[in-house]
Design a protein around this ligand. Structure first.
Ligand code: F6P
Length: 366
């Protein structure tokens, strides 16, 4: 009988509860014991009440709940070795040797590092007499599986992260609302959306709402974009459009890596086109709220797959990240996926935008 724990880490995203529910229930259904680690890595480091055995009924009704009911945190202690030593001790004391982490790339990197250090951590715990050799003997390896929970849809090797479609739906709904007031006054709205260094939410919400112009980090606009943007918007206005919507990803930059801010875009629209313009920064409404059907389905299927991956894992297997590729639930090597994701940020920093788009599975088309 295995003891398998699940935790959520980093920014919450709609669907995380569905993932926890699926992990807990499939662990129990396969005849093992399920645990939840509360408050992300903080719970792992602190232990005690923050590590709880879960029963089937403990996760009843969780599928439709937003946020994460087991809490999350961005934990500084776990980034240091003493924090990871405390975490290893807590897992051993609770008999847990399978850990499923639902979070973004930082959280999943932390999990894999923990796995790689596992033997050394246990040796140190024995040397310092925190644990006895008998206590650590049954814990040869720690099995890790990653579920990608993030509204940003910024992880390479998977088509969708848990929460991205819910956030997209929320953004589209907000833009639809803004559309009505914009058209009434013939106004322009510059709408800032989340996504960190990823433009997926901006592009997809722009396409889904028929926005006039979109700014994303991976593909900065050409030099002199102000003229191009204004020409495009004027053309749309001449075709009879009564409103203007510009979507700006929070990480939008120009080709010299300077931020393109919503306020600057507004200034351009006011000065050059004399449009009555407002800025709306959607903020955390994009992250809260219930999960759309797609995220409920994705988190459930991926949660089940994560448990199967842990139960069947061989010591030499690389830690898997549970992905979705062309509509199939798949397993990808976690370390490679995280490396590719970091590659996008590196490519942007070195102004290799074609490479950034390539790593995002898109082509750079002037
Ligand atoms: O990664 C999710 C995300 O919502 C990003 O889109 C955003 O940049 C960031 O988290 C905001 O973080 P916080 O909630 O800590 O302000």
């Amino acid at each position: 009988k295995r003891k398998i724990a699940v935790m959520t880490s980093g920014g919450d995203s709609p669907g995380m509860n569905g993932a926890v529910r699926a992990v807990v229930r499939s662990t129990i259904a396969l005849g093992h014991e399920a645990y939840c680690i509360y408050e992300g890595y903080e719970g792992l480091v602190k232990g005690g009440d923050l590590i709880k055995r879960m029963a089937w009924e403990d996760v009843r009704g969780w599928l439709s709940e937003g946020g994460t009911l087991i809490g999350t945190a961005r934990c500084a202690e776990f980034r240091e070795r003493p924090g990871r030593l405390a975490a290893a001790k807590n897992l051993v004391l609770n008999g847990i040797d399978g850990l499923i982490v639902c979070g973004g790339d930082g959280s999943l990197t932390g999990a894999d590092l923990f796995r790689q250090e596992w033997t050394g951590l246990l040796e140190e715990l024995v040397e310092t007499e925190e644990l006895t050799p008998d206590q650590v003997a049954p814990f040869k390896t720690l099995n890790i599986a990653g579920l990608v929970g993030s509204i940003d849809n910024d992880m390479s090797s998977t088509d969708a992260t848990i929460g991205a479609y819910s956030s997209l739906a929320r953004i589209c709904q907000a833009v639809d609302y803004i559309d009505m007031t914009a058209a009434s006054h013939q106004r322009a709205f510059v709408i800032e959306v989340m996504g960190r260094h990823c433009g997926w939410l901006a592009v997809m919400s722009g396409v889904s709402t028929g926005a006039d112009y979109i700014f994303i980090p991976e593909k900065p606009p050409p030099e002199g974009w102000e003229t191009q943007m204004c020409d495009t918007i004027s053309r749309h206005r001449k075709l009879g459009k009564r409103k203007t919507i510009v979507i700006v990803a929070e990480g939008a930059i120009d080709r010299n890596l300077n931020a393109i801010t919503s306020n600057y875009v507004m200034e351009v629209l006011v000065k050059r086109l004399k449009l009555d313009t407002r800025v709306t920064c959607l903020g955390h409404v994009q992250r809260g709220g219930t999960a759309v059907a797609y995220d409920r389905m994705l988190s459930t299927l991926q949660g089940v797959e994560a448990v199967k991956a842990i139960v069947k894992a061989k010591p030499e297997d690389p830690s898997p990240m549970i992905a979705i590729t062309e509509n199939k639930i798949t397993r990808k090597p976690l370390v490679e996926a995280v490396e590719m994701t970091k590659g996008v940020a590196r490519a942007i920093k070195s102004k290799d935008f074609a490479q950034a788009m390539h790593l995002r599975d898109a082509e750079f088309d002037e």
